[in-house]
Design a protein around this ligand. Sequence first.
Ligand code: KIV
Ligand code: NA
Length: 265
Amino acid sequence: IKKVTTHQLQEMKNRGEKISMLTAYDFSMAQILDAAGIDVLLVGDSASNVMAGHETTLPITLDQMIYHAQGVVRAVSRAFVTVDIPFGSYQGNSSEALRSAIRIMKESGAHGVKMEGGSEIKESITRILSAGIPVMGHLGLTPQSIYKFGTYTVRAKEDAEAEKLIADAKLLEECGCFALVLEKIPSKLAAEVAKVLTIPVIGIGAGGGVDGQVLVVHDMLGITHEFKPRFLRRYADLHTVITDAVSRYIEDVKRKDFPSDKESY
Ligand code: KIV
Ligand code: NA
């Protein structure tokens, strides 16, 4: 199997082939997603919500991100694996940022990192890129700044924020980022960014005018079922599938139907 590289992602954009990306946090799921042919797996800090049950992405640690990334990398034979650098391990200190990125690459074997923000973190991004580590940018709704925004609503609806986003997107490309995630912004703005930039722009809640799409895998599989933003399309209802399966198991155990003689030694 030919592995997906940053070069191939660039070629996908060049020939107009949309890039498919999903989050993954563990070996078993990553194996399924990779075998299904996903292009990019993101070990997202959404693991803080989905895996650990925190309300925000802020509490997850670098060690925990590395643990998730290790399982994902072991499972993958084709997908490009990129890992979120968690809150508090890169902002405002480019030496620490570089150290965090190197730890992720060395200890997990991932292929790249993702960082939230534009001009504010330019120095950190530049240093990581100079070490030969591919960086994916992330602009728009950046959940590590949720307490600055105060809400998970659509970003960059006003001109000033939209203009800063476009300037930041250009800056990230100039710095050498290999791709950019745009989260929850108007589709018109996202399409404009994808057109202005040469590098692939991958959207979540950013419309169809970008170069690829990403979703949180637990959301698109319907494992989480209270979270219903308009950008989410559910491809399965695993919440119901799992509930039904577990209910039948409990029933079978209670009525001594399981295990049968055939299932015993
Ligand atoms: O952590 C995450 O899941 C993400 C995606 C939503 C882009 O950053
Ligand atoms: Na994230």
